[in-house]
Design a protein around this ligand. Structure first.
Ligand code: B12
Ligand code: SF4
Length: 500
């Protein structure tokens, strides 16, 4: 029997969302590939967040990988360098490597230098053919799986059992839609999942949910945004949650959505009845100019004035609001941090997590910052490890690196000190009136306390290394004669920022 090993790489020492217990869930993409692999193959999956794919010296394939006939690796950008290292070790041992996922889709040219075969976009429809090409010795250098009509997923459920048994995951994910018609400057989703919002038939989702009923402590809807695309799509999603209630599929879950769900009491009601404990909402910023630079139109449409009402209404239903924010926009100053912390405390958002703006490869943001010569973490592929939103990768515009650190520390102190967390938990308990949701929020906050302190440590490490100062100096010298540069203060060493 031929043996396939599928790998989810993890750069050693990275502390990110994978360290949040409710987010530490199985790689559903690899579980899908396992399902569609022909039955005469034996499939093993290695998740490097739990187990290394290389030996103790990080040089040769670990025993579980060594005997494979074929290796498949998934990767978002920050995993790419590790993925290439694993690929190199496998290929040296004569094992061909196929790589797919977000990073290869966004940057296939780079991946092609490190692996035998690169897969662009989604692999469900073409995986069988790829395996057959391998068996017939005619594996191609590149395949494009295109965007899968989600009806295709009918009766194709990811093989979760194998992973659950092997790593004892308590959380999993489920696809109900894919794609996004918006075009936020920093986001790579429309680029690789397409701009068309694709919806999976409700019956199909319900059948899958039923098949795993009671097996997971929590599920994440992996949709980038499950609500607010059109009246028709809102009706569909309402039917989905109603269907869960009617079929008695009670399951604690959370998903990503936009704030505009707040007006839809009926859907919120079905959500909580079906087991929803929280919604993660990309608030990103409470500054209209910052939202404009990000092209975050979905938020601009709601208007910032409405945020308070929107958050209060979602919470009234017993659903925790998890707001995500991004710092480091060109309009952000040291004052931004204080106002975000105040906003979180005023609105009593149950969970607040944040990141530093990240120019993911080939997004509009990446192109703009590259054109402006501001990206200094550009020694690829090594530097991909910094592309997590938990590192600073480009020169800030209106802040010094010290101001970024001070601002992040202020937010930490106001929202993440043990006393602040205790108070916020009391508020979640009282207002949500739903212990499941309040405990969910508290658990995320406790885990995020650790992740957030690592994020701050990352920026301090960058400051202390002198890399940022050197990049800033170089940037200023290079641009001394251009018009943008006229705004650069001569005393940049004092302010450490491009513009004041
Ligand atoms: C759910 C989700 C998560 C979950 C779960 C991730 C997981 N382990 O499953 C959580 C919340 C934990 C998470 C964490 C992070 N995420 Co995330 N996440 C998503 C989200 C919303 C959906 C991913 C998903 O499950 N899709 C469903 C699966 C089935 O599809 P898929 O992965 O694309 O796989 C298909 C193809 O790509 C291809 N394929 C994939 N791998 C392979 C491998 C082979 C061999 C082949 C042949 C094919 C193939 O075939 C698959 C089936 O068709 C995406 C955005 C999106 N809409 O895709 C962001 C996204 C992938 N995440 C992103 C990021 C940055 C992160 C974090 C780094 C954030 C952080 N600061 O820590 C962490 C990294 C954690 C980790 N180790 O992966 C970015 C990546 C951007 C980039 N260019 O690098 C995305 C695109 C979001 C964004 N807005 O930009 N994430
Ligand atoms: S951030 Fe959300 S709304 Fe914006 S393009 Fe990405 S997926 Fe769409």
């Amino acid at each position: 029997m031929k043996r396939l090993v599928l790998i989810n790489p993890h750069p050693k020492g990275n502390v990110g969302e994978e360290n949040v217990s409710v987010l530490n869930q199985m790689p559903v993409n690899l579980a899908y590939l396992a399902t569609v692999t022909p039955k005469h193959w034996q499939v093993d999956i290695i998740d490097e967040t739990s187990e290394s794919a290389l030996d103790e010296n990080d040089e040769h394939p670990a025993p579980a990988v060594a005997g494979a006939d074929l290796v498949g690796i998934t990767s978002v950008s920050y995993q790419a360098h590790r993925a290439y290292k694993i690929a190199e070790a496998c290929r040296k041992n004569g094992i061909p490597v196929i790589m797919g996922g977000v990073h290869t889709t966004s940057y296939p040219e780079e991946a092609a230098k490190h692996v035998d075969t690169v897969i662009i976009r989604e692999a469900i429809k073409i995986w069988e053919r790829i395996i057959s090409d391998f068996e017939n010795n005619c594996l191609q250098k590149q395949y494009d799986g295109g965007l899968t009509p989600l009806e295709t997923y009918k009766d194709i459920f990811p093989d979760r059992q194998y992973l659950k048994k092997k790593y004892k995951y308590r959380y999993s994910g489920i696809i109900t839609t894919a794609g996004c018609p918006f075009h936020c400057e920093f986001c790579s989703v429309p680029q690789f999942q397409g701009k068309k919002y694709r919806e999976r038939p409700i019956e199909d989702v319900l059948n899958e949910l039923e098949s795993i009923k009671g097996q997971y402590r929590g599920l994440v809807l992996t949709d980038e945004n499950f609500y607010g695309h059109s009246k028709k799509s809102n009706e569909r999603v309402r039917e989905l949650f109603k269907g869960m209630v009617e079929r008695g599929i009670y399951q604690n879950w959370f998903g990503f959505t936009s704030l505009n769900i707040f007006k839809d009491d009926e859907t919120l009601d079905y959500m909580v009845k079906s087991g929803c404990v929280g919604v993660l909402i990309g608030i990103e910023s409470i500054n209209e100019d910052a939202l404009k630079t990000m092209h975050k139109n979905v938020n601009l449409r709601i208007t910032i004035e409405k945020y308070h009402e929107a958050i209060a209404n979602i919470r009234k239903h017993g659903i925790a609001v998890w707001g995500t924010f991004v710092f480091g926009n060109d309009t952000d100053t040291i004052e931004t941090f204080e106002s975000v912390a105040k906003f979180v405390l005023d609105t009593n958002i149950d969970v607040m997590t944040c990141g530093i703006l990240c120019p993911f490869i080939n997004t509009d943001l990446y192109k703009r910052l590259t054109k402006e010569g501001r990206i200094f973490r550009n020694n690829f592929p090594e530097d991909w490890i910094y592309y997590t939103s938990h590192h600073l990768t480009y020169i800030l515009k209106k802040m010094s690196i010290q101001e970024l650190i001070d601002g992040l520390e202020l937010v930490y102190e106001k929202l993440y000190s043990t006393e602040a967390l205790r108070k916020r938990f009391q508020n979640s308990k009282a207002v949500l009136n739903n212990m499941n949701s309040a405990l969910f929020a508290f658990r995320v906050n406790l885990d995020w306390q650790n992740v957030f302190s690592h994020l701050i440590a990352n920026v301090k490490e960058l400051r202390d290394s002198g890399v940022y100062d050197a990049a800033l100096k170089q940037y200023i010298e290079k641009n001394a004669s251009c018009s943008f540069e006229q705004k650069v203060p001569l005393n940049f060493a004092e302010t450490g920022s491009i513009m004041r």
